[in-house]
Design a protein around this ligand. Structure first.
Ligand SMILES: C[S@@+](CC[C@H](N)C(=O)[O-])C[C@H]1O[C@@H](n2cnc3c(N)ncnc32)[C@H](O)[C@@H]1O
Length: 239
């Protein structure tokens, strides 16, 4: 099953993350949690010395990965997100690159991660190229890991004003927020892909030992799993 859900964000045409006020609030709304703990533990477990964080956004995870002795590269196409990331404490420990996966390929990285459902922003047309670029960025045996929302959980059915409306004061004013989904033209598309489809895509791109979990703590995948957590190795096959 492949399906696309589009989120409408008023006033944010083009780069959906270009709004400075939205970006300044991003880390508050998306604080480090089990997801960051998972990626950090993975980097430690494989003793990663070089890490690429694709779609690094504000760089909260990227900076946390940048422990002494490690090379960490944060890549993002949003100038606003990357600009914010570059201004944060600890930013000097990271190499920030304005771009997408196609610039990331030196073939010597131990780990490539993509958090915050970034891979859901990649269109079906670009997906094989992105996976191929991440493969090329990794050394043989290097690890790719990312998460996506599980389409079988049909989370979009709860993306309506009744179930998602919140109101609060922020540093940039009073914020009223809700989610809507639309099936047609809007500004931010999220591409939902099943565990089976992504596994096949990874194998086609030259990854092996694809492992999929239904959560951050090795949970099995079920129809109710909201998140799919992938891990695979760069195999020896080149496309
Ligand atoms: C939801 S944010 C996630 C940011 C961060 N990784 C996190 O965990 O909070 C998605 C990020 O993906 C980036 N993005 C969108 N399209 C992309 C693409 N084709 N390649 C790489 N990054 C992309 C956006 O600019 C944005 O910073």
């Amino acid at each position: 099953m492949r399906c696309t859900v589009s989120l409408a964000c008023s006033g944010m045409a083009g780069d959906p993350y270009r709004d400075e006020q939205f970006v300044a609030r991003y880390d508050f709304d998306n604080a480090a949690s089990d997801d960051h703990a998972y990626y950090r533990a993975l980097a430690d477990a494989i003793e990663a010395e070089k890490i690429i964080d694709l779609g690094c956004g504000t760089g909260l995870l990227t900076r946390a990965l940048a422990t002494p002795g490690r090379v960490v590269i944060g890549v993002d196409p949003s100038a606003t997100m990357l600009g914010y990331a570059r201004r944060q404490p600890g930013a000097e420990a990271v190499t920030w690159i304005h771009g997408d996966a196609t610039i990331a390929g030196a073939g010597d990285a131990d780990l490539a991660v993509s958090s915050g459902n970034t891979m859901m922003h990649i269109s079906p047309k670009a997906y094989p190229t992105v996976l191929g670029s991440l493969r090329d960025a990794l050394r043989l045996g290097g690890v790719i890991s990312f998460e996506t929302r599980n389409p079988r959980a049909k989370e979009w059915e709860r993306w309506n004003p009744d179930e998602t409306y919140t109101e609060r004061d922020t540093s940039s004013g009073h914020l009223r927020e809700w989610l809507v989904w639309r099936s047609a033209r809007t500004t931010t598309a999220l591409y939902f892909r099943t565990a089976e489809d992504i596994t096949a895509d990874l194998e086609r791109a030259g990854f092996s030992d694809v492992d999929v979990r239904g959560g951050w703590h090795n949970e099995p995948v079920t129809a109710d799993s909201r998140v799919l957590v992938f891990r695979a190795h760069r195999g020896s096959r080149q496309e």
